[in-house]
Write a protein that binds this ligand. Structure first.
Ligand code: GCU
Length: 612
């Protein structure tokens, strides 16, 4: 076997070992009985990873008897002569959840390892139950230790992961130590360069979830995409006695109560006929209470039943054409100016979108917290969710592909029962080269294999049609793989001035629905001037006026999600006074003030909605 092949084989095995160190994700953690571990955690900043590697750069946690200086041991001196060079308990606190960058001035730009430590007591309510340690997200590489034992490693900054800690948990003084490293890496997903802030840390909730000894681990309950008079799905039990177990599904408002018995693998699948059902839609976001019950546990969810498909150039929601009046959103808190994570953050962002007249949001460029999609379900907001395959990643690296696939799998597992989620986006602004096409085709096929009830897209790039700069087209082989053709364009900002929009026509040859996933311009709130003066609100306003006119001339357009709802932090944006570390393309400023462009877009959407 060639050395190169052996290397790649070992690399893939390593990657798998670091990924399968977690348990399969618990579905619907959102509604499960849990105990929060949020609050103050002790922390140590460790840029040289001194608490992880010995002086020969060997990881302490791969050694038989790790040295006392391994931080995950939380060693304490037993004798006055003992040498211990750290002490979590004398350190300061960081709040969890929350990025570290916006909690301490010295951490604003920090990229590296930071250790968290939390002690807690926990008593199982039933001694034969399972207990899981559940992280809603942690950016970027997270290594988790409980009571001196390594639970595993998670890679990816925006998706949940959990560990079954039943056999390790104690009733008193549990020691939880978490190493989080947000260093950007060429081989990572996303890669080294992005246009957003690299918020590091335990950025979302951390909790303990107690389940029965046999428990509901996974399920999908959706309207059959092929038959809207039928609810179709499956349930997977896990645990000691998962075989031949009774389980019931109830949907009281549909007078449904069905009893099943699992197979030898704890699995059932089902098709349940439904006569009179209120389909979920943006205009009528009707959610049904769904109750799953076994002898040991009862789990509730709120599920909307709808179909989403395309037909020619139309997007059909419950077989009716729908136009996506949208806006792109970054996951930043409108209040704390850091990574968003709370229900209040989600409410404010989605209420601004609603006020804009949106029935659709593009959650860019990575999976947002679960509050966003749960609220979108309730509010009737259609959602595009995106995997952070952004710009120029290592297309030829097998572990990079596995990482992308794993992050997408975790997102689909978390949100596959959310009616609001209609689009899985594979990528953003990636180059049309053979290695990328192979990578994305494989990712698209994987996605369809996991979930054939939603649409696939990706934010592609436009280009000159037959070298004519005034005719634009989408010439990208991946356009043949997607259900919805989506592209970003910045005519009038990166490409000429807003007046250039008048001179552009579009030649889109694919017989598919087309949405424009980004257009926009920067403006500093309160900076006024002529519409030719860049960074003024008038310039941004004019860009929207001219772009919307241009869009009205493209007959296949079935939706737009302009860039972007709110100004957001980016280390790339350094123009003094105007940017100061912020991307200013928001139609709302980072302190919540609406710019002139907000009202142009709002007026456009109001007119659109009246034609529906
Ligand atoms: C790109 C990219 C965004 C970026 C935006 C900009 O299209 O997708 O992530 O922030 O342009 O330049 O502001």
């Amino acid at each position: 076997m060639s050395k190169k092949y052996t290397f790649f084989l070992l690399l893939i095995l390593f990657c798998f070992s670091s990924i399968i160190a977690q348990e399969q994700l618990l579905v619907n953690a959102y509604n499960r009985t849990s105990t929060s571990l949020n609050g103050n955690w002790k922390y140590i900043i460790d840029p040289y990873e001194n608490g992880y590697y010995n002086y020969r750069y060997e990881p302490f946690d791969q050694q038989e008897s790790p040295w006392a200086s391994a931080f995950f041991l939380n060693s304490k001196p037993k004798n006055p002569s003992d040498l211990i060079e750290y002490d979590f308990d004398q350190m300061n606190d960081l709040k969890v959840p929350g990025d570290w960058n916006t909690q301490k001035p010295e951490l604003l730009y920090y990229e590296g390892t930071l250790w968290y430590k939390k002690s807690f007591d926990y008593t199982l309510t039933q001694k034969e139950n399972n207990i899981f340690l559940y992280f809603e997200a942690s950016n970027y590489k997270t290594e988790v230790y409980l009571n001196g034992k390594k639970l595993g490693t998670h890679i990816g900054g925006f998706t949940p992961f959990n560990f079954n800690v039943t056999d390790i948990l104690k009733e008193k003084d549990n020691l939880l130590v978490v190493k989080v490293d947000n260093k950007r890496l060429k081989e990572a997903i996303p890669t080294l360069n992005t246009d957003w802030w690299n918020y590091g840390g335990l950025t979302r909730d951390v909790k303990l979830i107690e389940t029965g000894s046999t428990f509901i681990q996974d399920y999908s309950i959706q309207l059959n995409p092929e038959n809207n008079q039928q609810i179709k799905g499956y349930i997977q039990l896990k645990g000691k006695n998962m075989a031949q177990r009774a389980i019931s599904i109830s949907i009281p408002k549909l007078n449904i109560k069905k009893e099943f018995k699992t197979d030898d693998n704890g699995y059932i699948d089902f098709e349940i006929p439904v006569k009179k059902i209120q389909y979920w839609s943006d205009k009528n976001p009707h959610l049904y209470q769904v109750i799953l019950e076994t002898e040991e546990e009862k789990l509730e969810d709120q599920i909307g039943f709808r179909t989403i498909r395309t037909k020619g150039t139309q997007i059909l929601l419950n077989n009716e054409p729908v136009y996506l009046r949208g806006i792109s959103i970054h996951e930043e808190s409108p209040f704390r100016k850091g990574r968003g994570y709370s229900k209040t953050d989600a409410q404010q962002l989605l209420l601004w979108a609603k006020e804009l007249g949106c029935n659709y949001v593009r959650l860019a460029h990575y999976p947002h917290n679960e509050h966003m999609v749960r609220l979108a379900d309730k509010m009737g907001m259609l959602v595009w969710e995106e995997n952070p395959v952004y710009w120029t990643i290592e297309w030829n690296n097998p572990s990079t592909y596995q990482n992308a696939e794993n992050q997408l799998f975790e997102l689909i597992t978390r949100d596959k029962n959310r009616a609001s989620v209609i689009i899985w986006s594979m990528a953003n602004e990636t180059p049309n080269i053979p290695a990328r096409n192979k990578f994305l085709n494989k990712l698209a096929q994987f996605t369809k294999s996991q979930d054939n009830t939603r649409l696939i897209s990706a934010a592609l790039e436009q280009k000159n049609y037959k070298d004519n700069p005034f005719i634009r087209t989408i010439d990208d082989p991946f356009a043949n793989q997607v259900d919805i053709l989506s592209f970003n364009e910045y005519i009038g900002w990166y490409d000429g001035l807003p007046e250039k929009c008048k001179k552009i026509t579009w030649q889109i040859e694919q017989d598919k629905p087309v949405i424009i996933s980004e257009f926009g311009a920067g403006a500093k709130k309160g900076h006024y001037g002529t519409k030719n003066t860049r960074w003024t609100e008038e310039f941004q306003e004019d860009l929207y006026i001219e772009t919307l006119k241009m869009i009205d001339g493209i007959d296949k357009i079935q939706g737009i999600s302009p860039w972007v709802l709110v100004d957001f932090r980016s280390p790339r944006r350094v123009l003094p006074i105007i940017q100061d570390g912020w991307n200013r393309k928001g139609v709302i400023s980072d302190d919540g003030q609406k710019k002139k462009a907000f009202f142009i877009l709002q007026d456009y959407f109001q007119k659109k909605a009246r034609t529906e």
